[in-house]
Design a protein around this ligand. Sequence first.
Ligand code: PGA
Length: 258
Amino acid sequence: MKKIVIANWKMNLGIKESQDLTKKILSGLKKIENLENIEIVISPSFVALPFIKEIIKNFSPPVYLGAQNIFWEEKGSYTGEISPLFLKELGVNFAIIGHSERRINLKEDDEMVHKKVRIALHHQIVPIICIGETFEEREENQTDLILIKQISFALEGFRLTEENKIVIAYEPVWAIGSGQAVEPQQLQHAKFIIKQRLVDLFGFDLVDKCFRIIYGGSVDSKNVKRFVEKKIDGFLIGGSSLNAEEFLKIIEIVSKNF
Ligand code: PGA
């Protein structure tokens, strides 16, 4: 499977700003070689999605559209929620699910994450499932347990086939937006724990065919190479994706080093 670099713009850019940044990113991408080795996903706010779709639609190699959330029902009285059907209609290919900012600020829990993953898979939208420990949990040596618990709740009970594609984003809560990324050895250990749990649930073969395990949390153009060397499958990038030059540098490093 290809490596993946995902921009998560969170609630930082309006429509015009998102359009401008997308155009800058696309013009920079034209100068980068080996782009066919990676998938690039842009996740703007919901209101900007149709506008960004217009800009990226004919770009080659394709740049994909990601939603920052998804709802677990298709239709009905759910004021303020966004149906997977609407996302499909817009050509959205990926959805971020269970980001710690939603778990913390909107009380998104493991059961909701599970239901969102289910509906995303049902509609061939690739779920980007965010998991990771808080600073306190790390201090109490709970990291492995938290990762195992979050993966189990998100995915237990699913029958996957080779066609199902899932991204697991290891995002330690303390590393997000803090300027302090995880140590590469810690990342390698977390990847091992995640993979082991996935293999327990689905077996080696399906894990290889269906899953990518990526990292997110204060990734920038200076530290990304250290993580690439640990054979991680890609990155979920917040702050550094808001600056076209910085984001393009990251993509260039990833494309050169895989
Ligand atoms: P950050 O955010 O790169 O700004 O730390 C990552 C994320 O929240 O997905």
